[in-house]
Design a protein around this ligand. Structure first.
Ligand code: HEM
Length: 419
């Protein structure tokens, strides 16, 4: 069934910002006032520009993410108002292939089960010592430059490197290729936004082709020369049961892991460092009471999420937040707004690392709950502990810090510090 035109819908307030279609530098730099304003219009509001519902209430979003009535077959059904964008997104989706992130059960269940063993808390716990060594090496390099009086870009010299090295090692691809991953991944995500300029699309498609070719060669290499890494594990699983995983699926899921494994966690470390350093009283609390670190990380995830949207398609009509949702309507959960829903959190706009209870939807919920959540939390914990221990006088350099889009993966492009 087609989505119904706006003039035939139940009246719903119109969104002043659409996270896919609008590309505003101001909102990227600080989306929170706009999100708050939209939330005051309702937990679920309509965006004509994006032809989609925006979900801004915590309980409504949590319900969607945990319900079987909302699925992932989005792009087959979503009708962006812009035909060029629709064509480009479908084409990109075909190139991306069937990763677990865009599948419904039973395909989703099968694909997730194949890789989930590599991300359990026990496995991640075993990696901790090694992640600490990586963080410490990076801090050594930063320290030399900081002691020499230089300003250091925390993103380039720490926040990007830690997660990209960890995910490359887990997968079994050379960490020296990390600058290629960075370039491919930032080009690829250029198409996650509404401004579908031909140059952007071309860059995004080229990056996708390059990353797939790179991983295809890595898969071939592991078939002949298996090592102790995730690509080799998956190649082995495929050899013992060809039906468990097609080549197409293997490749699509490796692309997902490589990209999801670092783009997001860079933002956790960058956004976290920024919020701690710009809230000196909270930072002092944490320095005085280091056991608050886990709670501080949850507050960073709630307050300034590294992933800003999660999307679903309604499989059946339903009522949500007082709106009539039709079959095949698209719903975009605005994570940061939900995390600041005044119905579930007191003083939502205050950054407070010792809250008694911290609820957030930053890792999603339900069957697609982030597979890398334990890894991301561990990397975050080690990153902040290393930075706090090694640099007692770390401060932000007093200048405008540059954010990078797309909005869905909002984080710092650069974040200069000194010690
Ligand atoms: C702070 C860092 C991270 C954040 C905020 C984050 C956020 C998310 C969110 C919101 C989802 C659910 C998407 C949906 O429901 O549509 C997700 C799924 C996923 N994430 Fe993460 N992620 C992070 C780090 C990682 C890392 C380090 C990995 C490493 C491999 C990873 C791998 C995945 C995968 C494979 C999925 C798909 C799960 C599925 O579809 O069942 N993520 N992530």
């Amino acid at each position: 069934m087609d989505t119904i035109p706006a003039n035939k819908r139940e009246p719903a307030p119109e969104a002043i910002f659409d996270p896919i279609m609008d590309d505003s530098e101001d909102v990227l730099a600080n989306p929170y006032p706009v999100l708050k304003k939209m939330q005051q219009d309702g937990a679920v509001i309509w965006s004509s520009r994006g032809n989609q519902w925006l979900v801004l209430g915590y309980n409504e979003a949590n319900g969607i993410l945990r319900s079987k009535n909302f699925g992932k077959k989005l792009l087959e059904n979503w009708k962006p108002p812009n035909a060029l964008m629709r064509g480009a997104m479908i084409s990109l989706r075909r190139r991306q292939g069937p990763s677990m992130l865009i599948q419904d059960p039973p395909e989703h269940t099968r694909l997730r089960a194949l890789v989930s063993g590599a991300f359990t808390p026990t496995v991640i716990h075993r990696l901790e010592g090694h992640i600490e060594e990586i963080a410490s090496d990076l801090a050594d390099k930063m320290q030399r430059r900081l002691l020499a009086g230089h300003e250091v870009d925390l993103i380039a010299e720490f926040a990007f490197l830690l997660p990209v090295i960890v995910i490359a090692e887990l997968l079994g691809v050379p960490t020296k290729d990390r600058d290629k991953f960075k370039k491919w991944s930032s080009d690829m995500i250029l198409s996650f936004t509404g401004k579908m300029k031909p140059m952007r699309m071309a860059k995004s498609f080229m990056a996708m082709a390059n990353i797939r070719l790179y991983l295809k060669l890595a898969i071939e290499e592991k078939r002949h020369n298996p090592q102790n890494d995730l690509i080799s594990e998956l190649v082995k699983a495929q050899a013992s049961d060809a039906e468990s995983l097609s080549n197409h699926e293997l490749l699509a899921n490796l692309v997902l892991l490589l990209i999801a494994g670092h783009e997001t966690t860079v933002n956790l470390i960058g956004n976290g460092a920024y919020n701690l350093l710009s809230h000196p009283a909270e930072l002092a609390k944490l320095r005085k009471e280091p056991t608050l670190l886990e709670s501080a990380i949850e507050e960073i995830l709630r307050f300034d999420p590294p992933v800003q949207i999660v999307r679903r398609l309604a499989k059946e009509p339903c009522e949500l937040g007082g709106r009539q949702i039709r079959e095949n309507d698209v719903l975009t959960v605005m994570t940061a707004a939900c995390n600041r829903d005044p119905r579930i959190v007191q003083d939502p706009d205050v950054f407070k690392i010792d809250r008694e209870e911290i609820k957030h939807l930053t890792f999603g919920a339900g069957i697609h709950y982030c597979l890398g959540a334990e890894l991301a939390r561990t990397e975050g914990r080690i990153a902040f502990k290393t930075l706090l221990d090694r640099f007692p006088n770390l401060t932000l350099v007093d200048k405008a810090h540059v954010y990078k889009g797309p909005f869905s993966l909002r984080g710092f492009k650069e974040l200069y510090v000194r010690a």
